[in-house]
Every structure is written in structure tokens, then in C-alpha cells.
Design a protein around this ligand. Structure first.
Ligand SMILES: Nc1nc2c(c(=O)[nH]1)N[C@H]1C(S)=C(S)[C@@H](COP(=O)(O)O)O[C@H]1N2
Ligand SMILES: [Mo]
Length: 350
């Protein structure tokens, strides 16, 4: 049983590691890395897999610990130097696994009882975990192969237990996946984000009130700093006078929830070309929000060249609700939610 559970855990932690790295490097790309703007739903998929897969892993890890915990109490605790090393490694592996699942769960529940910054701790622990996992797999490979190839004497009992664990993991996935996959929205009873609940039928990550943003009045302008000698100052009416486009794009939050909506507004590339931006420039979008981690975001050429990338003024048929970024917010394909900046008032070409 421990062998089969180990295989399942190897696959799910491996998947979480890869999808986690994708999310990390999409948000913090090294200078040589460029993310494409298509497929539109790529990040939505990888991050949904990361979070929902991670949740479904919890019953799997608990079952594994249940089957192996008698080993923790074995006597003598250390038989040789090699054995001591193996035990320390297991301690690291179990500790890191629990840490990743627990902090991930707390994070999507907005519960931060720990003194460290979640993304940094979760990111670095993933390398420790994957390192310990690779050594563990190398150590156990032969044993697991033998176990998996032979028929156990008590095959029925083993199958029953494994089926129960698989069912528990499946139940967790089924009752949360609706926060990303709308056909199953009705089943999403365990999802921290209720699909479809929020102004204009879309959940809100941070409200205007929480961000300290007040409703923009008629003095609001979008400043676009293109070439040094060219700065645009556009009123809301000016923006509405530009050619308008409607796109169907998702907000895909790092917390795993995502939702598609119809956004109306002007193409970012139209505004940037009006301002004389060079085609290969990076662009910084800035919010009216005074502080906070997500006040600004960078838009690289593949993203701002994409005709789907909008400075959105409307959502699902009406002007943006203030909680969705009134008067103007960025919406771009294949991009983490944290980079879909709301309450935009400045666009700076770097
Ligand atoms: N200025 C600003 N923009 C922001 C945020 C923020 O905190 N401040 N949160 C981001 C996050 S984490 C997400 S998931 C999306 C959510 O967009 P919504 O609230 O319109 O659904 O907005 C993004 N835009
Ligand atoms: Mo988010």
C-alpha cells in the first residue's frame, strides 16, 4: 500500500512542482524568458491543476503517513550511518510535504498564522521537497518495483484501502474543481471561491475599499508615457471614442480559482502605438492604488501585441464595477490574476 501511495504522491508532487515553477516564473521571469500570450487558458489550467491537485493530495499524504508511521517508532532508532542518513532524509521529506500542503491550504483560505511570506517560503521549500523526493525515489525504486509486480496475499484488503484513498482524493477534487471549471460550478461546495458570486457575476480578489481606492471622478485621466517626447493624457470619453473591442478572457488567480468573462475596451497596443512606443519595449501598468504588492505589473511585447490584450472599461455588458477596476483595468490572455492590474491610471513604456 505504501508503495502504491508513494507512486501517487510522486506523480502529484511532481505535477505540483512543475506547475508551481510555471506560476513562479510567469510572475518573475528572468530576462531571457518570454511567456507566450497563447493558449489563452494555459495559466488557468496549470494553476488550477496546481491548487486543486494539491488539495486532492492531502488525503493521499495522510494515508501514506498512516501506513508508514509505525516505522517512526522502530527500535533501535538508528542502526547504521546509512540508516541515520535515510531517516533524516525522510524527516525532511515528510516535513516539507506537510509544510507545502498546509501553507498552500492556508494561503487559499487567506489564513496567515505564520511569520514568513507565503510565496517565498512555498517556493524555496519546493526545491527541498523535490530534492528529498528524488533521493527517496532512487532509494525505494527497487522495492517499489518488486511490490508492484507481485500479487499481495491480502489483495482485497489492500485494494479496498487504496480505493478509499483514491475516492477521498477524487471527492476533494470534484468539490473544488468547479472554482476553475465552470461546468462543475454547482459541485464546488468546498471551494474557497464561490463561482459566479461577485459584482457583475465575477468574484473579486481585492475590493476597492480594501485597496483604499475611491471612485474616480471626471478629472480622471489615463496617462500614457510613450516616447520621451510624447505623453498622452486620455479622459474616459477619449478612451470610449477609440475603437472598442470585446474579448472573452479569464481571470486566473494564483489561488486556483478562475472565471471567464466578456471584457470591453481598447486594445493596449492601439494606445501604445498612439504614444509612439517601440515595438520591442516592455510596458509597466500602474494602478491608482497607493501601495500593495499588485499595484503595478509588467507587460512584455508578446502580451501587448496580442489583440486580446485590453485596457478594459466594461465587463459583461456594463461599465466596470469599482471592485473590478473602474474606470480602467488591464486584461490579457494567459496571465496570472495578480498581473491583471485594476484601477489603472498610468502606462509607462520602459
Ligand atoms: N491594483 C490591483 N490590481 C489587482 C489586484 C490588486 O490587489 N491591486 N489583485 C489582482 C488579483 S490577485 C486578481 S486574482 C485579480 C482579480 O480581479 P477581479 O477582482 O476583478 O476578479 O485582480 C488583480 N488586480
Ligand atoms: Mo489573485
Amino acid at each position: 500500500m505504501a508503495a502504491w501511495l508513494g507512486i501517487g504522491l510522486g506523480v502529484s508532487f511532481g505535477t505540483a512542482f512543475v506547475t508551481g515553477l510555471i506560476s513562479h516564473f510567469m510572475q518573475h521571469p528572468p530576462s531571457w524568458m518570454v511567456w507566450p500570450s497563447r493558449p489563452v487558458n494555459l495559466y488557468r489550467f496549470t494553476q488550477g491543476l496546481h491548487v486543486i491537485g494539491g488539495l486532492a493530495t492531502i488525503p493521499l499524504l495522510l494515508a501514506k503517513l498512516w501506513t508508514v508511521y509505525p516505522k517512526l517508532l522502530q527500535w533501535p532508532p538508528v542502526r547504521s550511518v546509512g540508516h541515520a542518513v535515510e531517516r533524516v532524509l525522510l524527516f525532511v521529506l515528510v516535513g516539507a510535504s506537510l509544510f507545502q500542503l498546509v501553507t498552500g491550504l492556508f494561503n487559499i483560505a487567506y489564513y496567515y498564522p505564520f511569520p514568513f511570506f507565503f510565496p517565498t517560503a512555498h517556493y524555496w521549500t519546493s526545491y527541498i521537497l523535490i530534492g528529498a523526493l528524488v533521493i527517496h525515489v532512487a532509494n525505494e525504486w527497487a522495492k517499489v518495483r518488486r511490490t508492484v509486480m507481485t500479487r499481495p496475499e491480502d489483495g482485497i484488503g489492500r485494494r479496498g484501502f487504496l480505493l478509499t484513498v483514491a475516492a477521498a482524493g477524487g471527492a476533494v477534487a470534484l468539490t473544488t474543481v468547479g472554482e476553475a471549471f465552470s461546468p462543475l460550478a454547482k459541485l464546488a461546495v468546498l471551494a474557497p471561491r464561490r463561482p459566479g458570486v461577485g459584482p457583475q457575476g465575477l468574484p473579486v480578489n481585492k475590493s476597492a475599499y480594501a485597496a483604499g481606492v475611491t471612485r474616480a471622478d471626471s478629472s480622471w485621466r489615463l496617462h500614457v508615457l510613450g516616447r520621451v517626447d510624447r505623453e498622452l493624457s486620455l479622459s474616459l470619453a477619449d478612451l470610449h471614442a477609440l475603437s472598442s473591442h470585446a474579448v472573452r478572457l479569464p481571470i486566473a488567480c494564483v489561488e486556483g480559482w478562475s472565471a471567464s468573462a466578456t471584457w470591453e475596451g481598447v486594445r493596449l497596443r492601439d494606445v501604445l502605438r498612439m504614444a509612439g512606443a517601440a515595438e520591442d519595449s516592455r510596458v509597466r501598468v500602474e494602478s491608482m492604488e497607493a501601495g500593495g504588492l499588485y499595484r503595478t505589473s509588467w507587460v512584455v511585447p508578446p502580451h501587448w501585441h496580442d489583440p486580446l490584450t485590453l485596457l478594459a472599461l466594461g465587463l459583461n455588458g456594463s461599465p466596470l464595477d469599482i471592485d473590478h477596476g473602474y474606470p480602467c483595468r488591464l486584461i490579457a490572455p494567459n496571465r496570472p490574476g495578480v498581473d491583471q492590474t485594476k484601477w489603472v491610471h498610468r502606462v509607462v513604456v520602459a
